[in-house]
Design a protein around this ligand. Structure first.
Ligand SMILES: C[C@@](CO)(OP(=O)(O)O)[C@H](O)COP(=O)(O)OP(=O)(O)OC[C@H]1O[C@@H](n2ccc(N)nc2=O)[C@H](O)[C@@H]1O
Ligand SMILES: Nc1ncnc2c1ncn2[C@@H]1O[C@H](COP(=O)(O)OP(=O)(O)O)[C@@H](O)[C@H]1O
Length: 271
């Protein structure tokens, strides 16, 4: 059985407070985009994991797909499987690719072995594996809060706009990005900003990680400005970076804008 774990972007991101457990509370809007990995699960005589495409740092035995399998295995008599992941979404890029792989593993196993888990039960299995994993279970644009693992529906739609995502081959560690933050409540509530048209977001929709990460990697600020120069209505960094994206009213050609080592995805937003 095959599935296609997709990336997310953050529309606004406020780190509001440090929690007693060392994590941070945040508020953001997670928005699914069509940059995808490919995940296949087949029955096998022993549990194995392989990957192709972009090389994944770390030991394959600790891949998030296996963590997701093991989380279900504790409660269900699952058969052994072979999991193959073809990695396309850049890693450590603020796109939540690894979290999507974990969540889609749970969804695929639920379907393949008819476990009859509800979306909220699947969210409970995946939450301990990574803060933004739970989003990918239901996978539609939502306001998120707490550690980024609790959700509310929201009226925001950028469906039909054209988006360009650019990963400039810089790996930002999520933990380090959080370490550089001074938490504070936003002046204008995020939900209020998101109800306004995209064309007004430039001065009001803010990612709190930008200042610290741009100070370390000034090329990211240049990249954001390039997207505005090309006509973006709105441009920002996604999550803790380093991917920067621009939202455009219509399709634009991305050829020759960016250096060849950058990974670029563009397309119309479907949700
Ligand atoms: C920043 C965000 C925002 O969308 O996305 P990405 O940039 O990763 O896509 C997320 O909060 C990333 O969540 P996720 O990538 O799942 O983080 P985790 O693996 O759970 O945590 C990595 C490290 O980041 C810090 N961390 C993470 C989440 C959180 N709410 N507070 C934190 O302080 C902790 O130091 C933790 O050890
Ligand atoms: N299936 C996977 N895909 C990507 N990264 C994975 C995966 N499994 C484990 N990891 C580990 O998780 C880390 C961050 O993954 P990723 O979700 O891409 O980050 P981010 O959400 O910050 O973009 C990587 O450094 C990698 O070592």
């Amino acid at each position: 059985m095959l599935s296609f774990p997709n990336a997310k972007i953050n529309l606004g991101l406020h780190i509001t407070e440090k929690r007693p457990d060392g994590y941070h509370n945040l508020e953001s809007c997670f928005y699914s985009v069509g940059w995808t990995d490919v995940l296949e699960i087949i029955e096998s005589d022993k549990l194995t994991f392989t990957s192709s495409g972009i090389s994944i740092p770390g030991n394959p035995d600790s891949n998030l797909c296996l963590k997701a399998y093991n989380a279900l295995k504790k409660d269900f008599d699952l058969p052994s499987v072979h999991i193959h992941l073809h990695k396309v979404i850049p890693i450590g890029a603020g796109l939540g690719g690894g979290s999507a792989d974990a969540a889609f593993t749970i969804k695929l196993l639920n379907e393949k072995f008819n476990l009859k888990l509800s979306p909220s039960q699947m969210e409970d299995y995946i939450r301990p594996i990574g803060s933004d994993c739970a989003f990918f279970i239901q996978n539609y644009p939502r306001y998120c809060y707490n550690k980024g693992d609790q959700f509310e529906d929201i009226s925001v739609s950028i469906k039909g706009y054209y988006i360009i995502l650019v990963y400039p081959a810089i790996h930002v560690s999520t933990g380090e990005a959080y370490a550089g933050i001074k938490p504070q409540k936003p002046v204008i509530p995020l939900k209020e900003v998101l109800e306004q048209p995209v064309s007004s977001w430039k001065d009001t929709l803010v990612n709190d990680f930008e200042d610290g990460v741009f100070a370390r990697y000034p090329v990211l600020a240049t990249l954001k400005q390039t997207l505005y120069d090309k006509g973006a209505l709105y441009a920002t960094m996604s999550g803790s970076g380093s991917t920067v994206f621009g939202i455009f009213e219509k399709e634009i050609s991305v050829e020759e804008i960016f250096p060849s080592e950058y990974l670029v995805w563009s397309g119309f937003l479907q949700q």
